[in-house]
Design a protein around this ligand. Structure first.
Ligand code: AMP
Ligand code: ZN
Length: 490
């Protein structure tokens, strides 16, 4: 398709402007996305940012770039150490569980796997972190105090460039860690924290200890992507101090630019309120699946709001998303059944219309990844496609197929339509296509699974759980997934 000379414009937090995205290498994008801190299952807010990053990644691929993405796991920091100690588990064993759950949820949401998923505690990266600290010590930009190593912010004049004018206030008011009382200045930050008896630690030439969070991402990014890589992404809460500190320590150590373009996603609120443990509104993807919502609806809601706007996540919004997806999926299935070549290009007026919709879709995303405007083109194509199907019924034409193909092309970026279809051959309930019949199960058992799906739709979770337990007794295990419920025998 034609991308013309129109550049992809994306806001860069570093300049505060929406500007042409220009990777260092012609057809390749090197991208680092700060990943989950694995002390709990990721919540729906985390996944707002991860879905936004996935849409960005998919759009770059849509435009023909090869993407090399590194998404880390923060598997050593104050929270993971505290959690592991409380659970009485070795750190690795404790964090493994949440990493597994992250992949379950990310896969359900159709988030493409990154090329690299580094864990901070991997010996390769611990070594890279220690090497960075050594370089900073040699250059006199880092200093040792009481077994820890700190970054001397005053030695890096460009400090504050990313987070802007507000940074100096925030630095002045920043909380000083109680274990960092030996710093020269309150705003200096720990690169390496001295070993403590109840914490994991690693040997290093400058003393046994563990890396600070900021150092972890700098080292993993530089190790896997090199200097001057193209994109660094995260939620807005990471701009300061995390990303500001990453820039400082990386550029001070290498003497080269660290990252070309910084992408930050606004936060998600739940029913208009910030998520918090005390409000009990910190939902996970799993919680919402258990309530009977599909992962496709979650993705649709998360992807459909522009990444620079706060997203108010509501159950009403999820239900609307579910309906919208159902309409599109039903059209795609009907169009497939009606047949007709998906290839546009014999020069009809309709082909030009389809090409126009695809171009407007791409133009919306070229404009700072405007997903809500892009989605409007999906629904325009749906309207045209349904109209063509209708006419097709009467006149026997094949006009719906190019619209279906256009929607599928758009869905390479949006990702919420037909999500989970390929794994749904044993789906019963949820967004099951009417055509799909689960096989190998007695009709009596099937009707009880249906009855449970119905109970879930009524939100009668007690009844649903009771049916699940009865079936388990009979050797049928139910699993609720992105496309509804699947069964298996243990
Ligand atoms: P964390 O596990 O806290 O390191 O966060 C993982 C990612 O989720 C980071 O990019 C955060 O900025 C992002 N994040 C955390 N909370 C939210 C939220 N409420 N809305 C959107 N993104 C969030
Ligand atoms: Zn990070």
């Amino acid at each position: 398709m034609s991308t013309g000379s129109r550049p992809f414009r994306l806001r860069n937090t570093l300049t505060g402007r929406v500007e042409p995205f220009s990777p260092a290498r012609p057809r390749e994008v090197r991208m680092y996305t700060c990943g989950l801190t694995v002390y709990a299952r990721g919540h729906i807010g985390n996944f707002r940012t991860f879905v936004a990053q996935d849409v960005l990644r998919r759009f770059l691929r849509f435009k023909g770039y090869r993407v090399v993405q590194a998404m880390n796991f923060t598997d050593v920091d104050d929270k993971t150490i505290r959690g592991a100690n409380e659970a009485g588990l070795p750190l690795r064993q404790y964090t493994d569980r949440f990493i597994g759950q992250f992949f379950d949820d990310a896969d359900a949401l159709g988030i493409e796997r990154a090329e690299h998923n580094p864990r901070a505690t991997d010996p390769r990266y611990i070594k890279a972190m220690a090497a960075l600290v050594e370089r900073l010590l040699e250059k006199g930009i880092a200093y040792r105090a009481d077994g820890s190593v700190y970054f001397r912010v005053a030695a890096f004049p460009a400090y504050g460039r990313l987070s802007g004018a507000g940074a100096s206030d925030r630095i002045a008011g920043a909380r000083v860690d109680s274990d960092e009382y030996d710093k020269e200045h309150a705003h200096d930050f720990a690169l390496w924290k001295a070993a403590k008896p109840d914490e994991p630690s690693w040997p290093a030439s400058f003393g046994r200890g563990r890396p600070g969070w900021h150092l972890e991402c700098s080292a993993m990014g530089l190790e896997l992507l090199g200097s001057d890589f193209d994109l660094h992404c995260g939620g807005v809460d990471l701009v300061f101090p995390h990303h500001e500190n990453e820039i400082a320590q990386s550029e001070a150590a290498t003497g080269k630019p660290f990252v070309r373009h910084w992408f930050h996603c606004e936060h998600l609120l739940v029913e208009g309120r910030k998520m918090s443990k005390s409000l009990g509104n910190q939902f996970t993807v799993r919680d919402l699946l258990d309530e009977g919502f599909s992962a496709a609806a979650m993705r649709h809601l998360l992807a459909g709001v522009h990444y620079r706007q706060q997203l108010n996540f509501t159950r009403a919004g999820l239900r609307q998303a579910q309906v919208a997806i159902g309409r599109v999926n039903a059209f795609l299935a009907r169009s497939d059944r009606a047949g007709g070549g998906a290839e546009a290009g014999d020069g009809t007026a309709e082909d030009a219309e389809v090409a126009g919709a695809l171009d407007r879709f791409e133009a919306a995303l070229d404009d700072d990844l405007n997903t809500s405007r892009a989605l409007a083109e999906v629904f325009f194509a749906l309207k045209q496609g349904n109209r063509a199907l209708h006419q097709q019924g009467a006149a026997g034409g094949t006009g719906a197929a190019p619209w279906a193909a256009a929607i599928r092309r758009m869905n390479e970026v949006i990702g919420s339509f037909e999500l989970g279809k390929e794994t749904s051959d044993r789906a019963v309930g949820g967004e099951r296509d009417e055509q799909e019949a689960p096989s190998g199960l007695a009709p009596e058992l099937l009707s009880r699974i249906e009855e449970r799906a119905e109970a879930r739709r009524r939100r009668d979770f007690a009844r649903a759980d009771a049916i699940r337990d009865e079936l388990a007794q009979e050797g049928i295990l139910l699993e609720d997934g992105p496309r509804g419920t699947t069964w298996r025998r243990p």
